[in-house]
Write a protein that binds this ligand. Sequence first.
Ligand SMILES: O=C(O)C(=O)C[C@]1(C(=O)O)C=C[C@@H](O)C=C1
Length: 256
Amino acid sequence: MTQGIDHITIVGASGQMGSRFSADFAGLGLTVSGLGSRSSDEDVRAALSGCDLLLLSVPVTAMDAVLDRVSPHLEAPTILCDVGSVKVMPVKAMLKRYEGPVVGTHPLFGAVIPEGFEPKVAVMPGRERDADAAALVADLFTRCGYTCFDSTPSDHDRAMAYIQGLNYTSTVAFLAAARDVDGIKEFVTPSFKRRLDAAAKMLTQDTELFEIISESNPFLQEVSRKFMSYLSLAAGGDLDLLADRAQWWWRNDESY
Ligand SMILES: O=C(O)C(=O)C[C@]1(C(=O)O)C=C[C@@H](O)C=C1
């Protein structure tokens, strides 16, 4: 196990999240090396020698290819870590290729953090023996100003199947169905406009991202089935029961 994290290499360092973390880590006075798709084997070797943490900030769909390139040059005690929006498959892929410490993380925010939003990072050790490495990674993100909490790949993906997966799939299904009504734009009300505003970024800038993270989440079908059973309750007229369950989000004093 590495004693501390001083030298970090980021794959995808020029991407939106990668550049955010490069700036964060450099701001802490740490040494940051960047790798990208055009890096040579020699660049990879040089960036990984003496590196304490290799952070993969790449799309979930690129994980296997990136791991194939970097893992031959990885050696304990370097910590291998990713920041993707799903965790079951990427953590499995990292464990398959690397015997050294593996840590999965999911920063629950994008490149621009909305004002008043508390940026949190879910952190999970790949194996039981990686708990110390996970604590070092959590400490690093905490020093950058993020709030860290522990999770596991399946607890994480089950929650994100709602927070991102069902959020996306129910939004596209709802808005696709509504647009089939001739002249519907004439009828837009303030409450419906709020719904459109909430969906705008997802459907104008982040569609590909949400498609990928929904499809890569192993719990999406399970939560879609549950959602359909709730929709059936609504169709059957049990709206008060559903509203009561939904109001849970606003019921206690804690902010969401
Ligand atoms: O900042 C945004 O608006 C984002 O889309 C970021 C967002 C999300 O809000 O779901 C998307 C993917 C990441 O896993 C985390 C956050």
